[in-house]
Design a protein around this ligand. Structure first.
Ligand SMILES: Cc1ncc(COP(=O)(O)O)c(C=O)c1O
Length: 399
């Protein structure tokens, strides 16, 4: 049976995590992993979620199936979170999904049923898993340049230039906020320019929002989705609760469709249900149920928002401290962009050889494209980290 299968290529980030675990040096530092970490290097269960889970265990009386699209109140709370409590929900429908990845995949499958010849445009760079995930749905992929390494900002002219060459009906994947891996987000003006091109070229927006609440705040981070919902006739959104509710392994997310009218939204939702049913039948319940509680229970909702906000503020502070340390050590402003970006990631302008030296000689683990997880920055020894990075850059620039 299995003789014809190729050897699987290991996922670069997962392979780096394995190498880190096996490293016996006590001073090792993991800046590669894609999960939030607190000051002790832990990824704790949020307190609001712990309380919701206790409540759930005390009150749940059955483990019978829910539905292919999961819990309706969870879905409704997710629409409120992403589109805003005041949004017109008559043409928006959501299905509970197996994390943000599951939402990306079922939405891609849904659109492939409707538009098999469309190309799907993904930013370059992007979250590496976008490529196999969306490619596996059968779409031909195209890339649009996203990032200007010289400014540390999104390169709006390059984005517009590239999307202007897309064909009518093509699908464009946009990171809702906290772009992974660059941390460079679109301004309101940038979003409007992209929407202008999408309207002119009749492109279809596919938003991936995996870090709502990690950038500028829960409401602020939804600005792009909400502008799209206001100005575009239709769109889809893959929302993840892995990061902002901290439920990574429980696999919680939502696949959301907004149709041109109520009838089309209902039709799209019907097909989405069929896609899910023919794939894994039903999503897992526990994490979504706990999330539903923190999104709808007044006191737990307040507690969750406060916890999320303190994580966000911690990351903003770490960005500033690290950027200041890099400014001092490098005697230049080339790393100032780190403080201006959003979310959990930034990209350092490091060569593969410099990344290897940091890992081999300093036990500092950074993903091969220079992506660092700012939540993993060591609060007490950021100056030492900046020293190591700047020394490695300076040494290799001299040689
Ligand atoms: C940009 C982006 N989208 C989607 C996801 C999917 O997350 P999950 O499937 O864990 O919810 C991630 C996770 O790292 C991500 O970075």
């Amino acid at each position: 049976m299995f003789e014809a299968l190729p050897d699987a290529k290991p996922d670069a980030i997962l392979a780096l995590m394995q190498e880190f675990r096996a490293d016996t040096r006590t001073n090792k530092l993991d800046l590669g992993v894609g999960v939030y970490k607190d000051g002790e290097g832990k990824t704790p269960v949020m307190k609001a979620i712990k309380s919701a889970e206790s409540k759930l265990i005390d009150t749940q009386e059955t483990k019978a199936y829910v539905a292919p699209t999961g819990s309706a109140p969870f879905c409704s709370a997710m629409i409120d979170l992403v589109f805003g409590a005041d949004a017109d929900k008559t043409r928006i429908r959501a299905a509970q999904s197996v994390g943000g990845s599951g939402a990306l995949r079922v939405l891609a499958d849904l659109m492939r049923r409707s538009r098999p010849d469309a190309k799907i445009w993904v930013s370059d760079p992007s979250w590496p898993n976008h490529i196999p995930l969306l490619g596996a749905a059968g779409f031909e992929l195209a890339r649009y340049p996203y990032y200007d390494v010289n400014t540390g900002k999104a390169d709006i002219d390059a984005i517009i230039g590239s999307l202007s060459t897309a064909a009518s009906g093509d699908i464009v994947v946009l990171h809702g906020c906290c772009h992974n891996p660059t941390g460079a987000d679109l301004s309101q003006d940038d979003w409007n320019k992209i929407i202008d091109v999408m309207l002119e070229k009749e492109l279809f927006p596919f938003v991936d929002i995996a870090y709502q609440g990690f950038g500028k705040g829960l409401e602020e981070d939804a600005m792009g989705v909400r502008l799209l919902a206001e100005r575009m006739p239709e769109l889809v959104v893959a929302a993840s609760c892995s990061k902002n509710v901290g439920l990574y392994r429980e696999r919680v997310g939502a696949a959301i469709v907004m149709g041109r009218n109520e009838a089309e939204a209902t039709r799209a939702f019907g097909s989405l249900t069929t896609v899910i049913r023919s794939n894994y039948s039903m999503p897992p319940d526990h994490g979504a149920n706990a999330t539903e509680i923190v999104l709808t229970d007044g006191a737990l909702n307040t507690q969750w928002r406060e916890e999320l906000e303190s994580m966000r503020v911690r990351m903003v502070g770490l960005r500033k401290t690290f950027s200041d340390a890099m400014r001092k050590r490098s005697n230049s402003d080339r790393f100032d962009y780190i403080a201006e970006q959003n979310g959990m990631f930034s990209r350092l302008p490091l060569t593969p050889a410099q990344i290897d030296t940091l890992r081999n000689d300093h036990a500092i683990y950074i993903v091969g494209d220079g992506r660092i997880n700012v939540a993993g920055l060591p609060e007490g020894s950021i100056d030492e980290l900046a020293d190591a990075i700047c020394n490695v850059i300076a040494e290799s620039e001299q040689s």
